[in-house]
Design a binder for this molecule. Structure first.
Ligand code: ATP
Length: 371
């Protein structure tokens, strides 16, 4: 369970469970969202992300546990009295209203004068680069423009906490990447705390100051994007985030500087430095990212031939432009995935399919997982 630092916590979720009948959609989650950060909730379909977001917004009531926002207990606070706004997956724009009226709607509901509302709407539309589109109706906009109007509408009331449910899901890849950076820049200018739900890990890594990975209603790891990628705390996270080569094995020697693991699937030994100490004989898993593996025709010089080295045959190569993916069948029959950046154009004699190769990696590359 993540430590809760009350000095930094803007939203604090403590032991929250949400049951639908007997089924726990959110299962004893404790989470601390810091003021001014972009926190991404990442997880597969049905892992409980939206349910958690809806409880923060007040659209669902926890079965047990508490939610505090800015120090205040939200147990009896209705959605419209929370310092929170939610941007829905569908954007939920009013189709018959102009962009300006869509954005002004919430302000007018709150009794803000027409003049003031007009000024605030103009300001926020400029901020999301939709200044010239105020008179248009939603159907006269592109997907990306609609997304920005929805964002303007969510931001115009200056919420302290903005909840975004798959905010960029409707955009194509290129526009999504561009909009991710825009979203970060708007968030920084306004100083609003964002909680973003996404199932897209690249999006979470790009947007998030920190990520919370969810599985079956539970938070399984919280950390910065690099913590989560480089130091996953369990097999689920290692496998869910990015690609990984994972081997089960038994600890031969469990020192504090390095652990040696006998891996039958590798027909060899993995030596992992700077890892958790484990007991000799324990069953563990070792995870090695594809970009941390070297591939060569010759046995690499200097490497200890007894560890972190394996032979195989290249079965597939996928050229991706910036990098290539090699699927290598090692002598035990298992497939390993290796990625290499394409740094040189027309590299001499590239490795081709069906070639025999050596795969090797540094002792700092493998992560040892005990669960
Ligand atoms: P997705 O990425 O697919 O939107 P999610 O992680 O946001 O998924 P939730 O929408 O939070 O997942 O749903 C979590 C689980 O709770 C799912 O199994 C879902 O079927 C269930 N669930 C959600 N709302 C209800 C409800 N009102 N009644 C019964 N079950 C529900």
């Amino acid at each position: 369970m993540p430590a809760i630092d009350s000095a930094q916590a803007y939203a604090r979720i403590a032991g929250v469970t949400k049951k639908f009948g007997d089924f726990a959609a959110v299962d004893n989650v404790s989470l601390d969202i810091r003021r001014g950060e972009i926190f991404c909730l990442l997880g597969g379909s049905g892992s409980g992300k939206t349910t958690l977001l809806r409880m923060l917004a007040g659209f669902e009531t926890p079965t047990s546990g508490t939610i505090h926002i800015d120090g205040a207990d939200m147990s009896t606070t209705p959605p419209y009295e929370r310092p929170v706004n939610m941007m829905f997956q569908s954007y939920a724009l009013f189709p018959h209203m102009s962009v300006e009226r869509n954005v002004a709607f919430g302000l007018e509901q709150e009794g803000v004068s027409r003049e003031r509302a007009k000024r605030q709407v103009a300001e926020i539309l400029d901020m999301v680069k939709m200044g010239g589109f105020g008179a248009r109706k939603p159907h006269q906009l592109s997907g990306g423009q609609r997304q920005r109007v929805a964002l303007a509408r969510a931001l115009v009331k200056k919420p302290k906490l903005l909840l975004l449910d798959e905010p960029l899901a409707a955009l194509d890849k290129k526009l999504r990447e561009h909009t991710q950076f825009e979203l970060i820049s708007i968030q920084q200018r306004m100083g609003v705390t964002f909680i973003v739900v996404t199932h897209d890990q690249e999006e979470a890594m790009t947007l998030g100051t920190r990520l919370g990975v969810m599985n079956q209603g539970r938070i399984v790891q919280v950390g910065s994007p690099s913590d989560i990628y480089e130091s996953p705390s369990n097999r689920f996270v290692a496998d869910f985030i990015g690609s990984v080569n994972m081997f089960e094995g038994q600890v031969l020697q469990g020192g504090t500087d390095a652990v040696r693991i006998d891996c039958a699937e590798l027909r060899g030994t993995v030596r992992a430095e700077r890892t958790v100490a484990c007991a000799n004989g324990a069953t563990v898993w070792t995870a090695i990212r594809p970009e941390k593996i070297g591939i060569s025709r010759q046995q690499p010089g200097g490497a200890d031939p007894a560890e972190n080295l394996v032979r195989g045959t290249v079965r597939e190569i996928a050229y991706m432009g910036d990098m290539s993916i090699y699927l290598v069948q090692i002598d035990s029959g298992k497939m390993m995935r290796v990625t290499l950046p394409n740094t040189m154009r027309g590299r001499e004699r590239p490795i081709v399919r069906e070639e025999s190769v050596w795969l090797s990696w540094h002792g700092s590359s493998p992560v040892v997982l005990t669960e």
